[in-house]
Every structure is written in structure tokens, then in C-alpha cells.
Design a protein around this ligand. Structure first.
Ligand code: PRP
Length: 211
């Protein structure tokens, strides 16, 4: 899988180093959180790279100059729980972003997403919606979330994931050609439990210390 117009796969030495920390079984909660936090900043940087700007004349202490403001509302939507790990990095760059929440867990037997919560801000139709979840495995959760967001009016969605399986990536790319994806890694495959191989295990459990 290569970077295309629809999918950006981030290549960066710091991402390679931090992904290694995240993948290692012996990495404890503190190191897991800090490494994920650093990658989240890089993911956020790439996800916000093509933002529209509006020009504005400003006054400096010396003269007037051309300045810029971001010309779109931004709504961040984490898929609970693990998606919460990617929210702060975006809000650090865009402090006025609104945040919606979608609660979803994957049934361990059927591997299908189960919805348990949703709370979204107004203005989805006008905003750039950044849907965030560190793991894109079968793509069921992302598919469900995108479908729901579109029904609520969202029409400019970017999906940010840390690690993607080819199966999930293909599913979202094919079903939603208008949704762009930013990811830090495309792994080998899914195993029979629908876990990403080699992956890093359960991101939510490792991030929140609930293993
Ligand atoms: C994980 C992950 C995604 C989903 C990915 O969540 O964070 O939401 O599974 O799998 P899929 O692409 O096959 O749908 P999990 O069910 O572990 O819930 P959690 O975030 O509460 O830990």
C-alpha cells in the first residue's frame, strides 16, 4: 500500500521509533502513553496539513501585514475508548475544535461493532470532521462511525488511525472514496480473532491500563 490522494501513510524516523515502543509487549502504561502521544502529534500535523485559510490584514508593532486564519470549523470525533488517545494532540493545534463522541466496542465473538453512546456537536455539515481511532482492523467500527456521521450531515471526513490492517483500509477506501485516511502504519494482516498482525494488541487496554 502506497500513499495516494486518499491515503497518507506517514514515514518519519520518530514514528518508526515510537511504533516500536508501542508494539513491544514489555512497554508499560507510562511509556505506551507518551509514545502514543508523540505519534498523535505527528498524525495531527499531517491531518491538518491541507486546511483552508482565509487572509486577513493584521497590525504588527511596525506595520500592517498579511495574516491567516483557519477557514473551517473543526470537529474531532474519537471512537471510544481508544480514540480518546488521539484527541489532545489535535486540540493542542486547534484549541477551538469541538469534540463529539461515539461509543463503540467490538464484540469479541462476532467482531462486529456494538454502539453504546453518541454525542455530537452541531455544525457537522459545515465542518472538517476528524474521526480518530488508533486501530483500523476489520474496519467495522470505522465503517459504522462514518456511516453514522454522514447520516448526521458530515460531508468532509478524515479518518486518523495509528495502525491499519489492509482489510480495514481496503473496506473504507472502497466504500467511502470521499473519506481520506491518515495512518502511521499498514500492517500485514488480521489473525483469526480479527487482531492486527503484528499490531500492538488492544490499544484501549494498553493506553488505559485495563489489561
Ligand atoms: C478497538 C479499536 C477500534 C476497533 C477496531 O476497539 O480501538 O475501535 O477495535 O476494530 P475493527 O476495525 O475491526 O472494528 P475495542 O473494541 O477494543 O474498544 P476500546 O476502544 O473500548 O478498547
Amino acid at each position: 500500500m502506497k500513499t495516494t490522494d486518499q491515503v497518507t501513510i506517514i514515514r518519519h524516523p520518530l514514528v518508526s521509533r515510537d511504533l516500536t515502543i508501542l508494539r513491544k509487549t514489555e512497554t508499560d502504561t507510562i511509556d505506551f502513553r507518551t509514545a502514543l502521544g508523540r505519534i498523535a502529534t505527528i498524525l495531527a500535523y499531517f491531518a491538518l496539513k491541507e486546511l483552508p485559510l482565509r487572509e486577513k490584514t493584521i497590525s504588527t508593532p511596525i506595520t500592517t501585514a498579511r495574516g491567516y486564519e483557519i477557514d473551517t470549523d473543526i470537529i474531532v470525533v474519537p471512537i471510544l475508548r481508544a480514540g480518546l488517545s488521539l484527541v489532545d494532540a489535535i486540540i493542542d493545534f486547534v484549541p477551538d475544535a469541538k469534540v463529539g463522541h461515539l461509543g463503540m466496542y467490538r464484540d469479541e465473538d462476532t467482531h462486529q461493532p456494538v454502539d453504546y453512546y453518541s454525542k455530537l456537536p452541531n455544525g457537522l455539515d459545515e465542518a472538517l470532521v476528524l474521526l480518530v481511532d488508533p486501530m483500523l482492523a476489520t474496519g467495522g467500527s470505522a465503517d459504522d462511525a462514518i456511516n453514522f456521521l454522514k447520516k448526521q450531515g458530515a460531508n468532509n471526513i478524515r479518518f486518523i488511525s495509528l495502525i491499519s490492517a489492509p482489510e480495514g483500509l481496503d473496506r473504507i477506501l472502497k466504500k467511502y472514496p470521499d473519506v481520506s485516511i491518515i495512518t502511521a502504519a499498514v500492517d500485514e494482516k488480521l489473525n483469526s480473532d480479527a487482531f492486527i498482525v503484528p499490531g500492538l494488541g488492544d490499544a484501549g487496554d494498553r493506553y488505559f491500563g485495563t489489561e
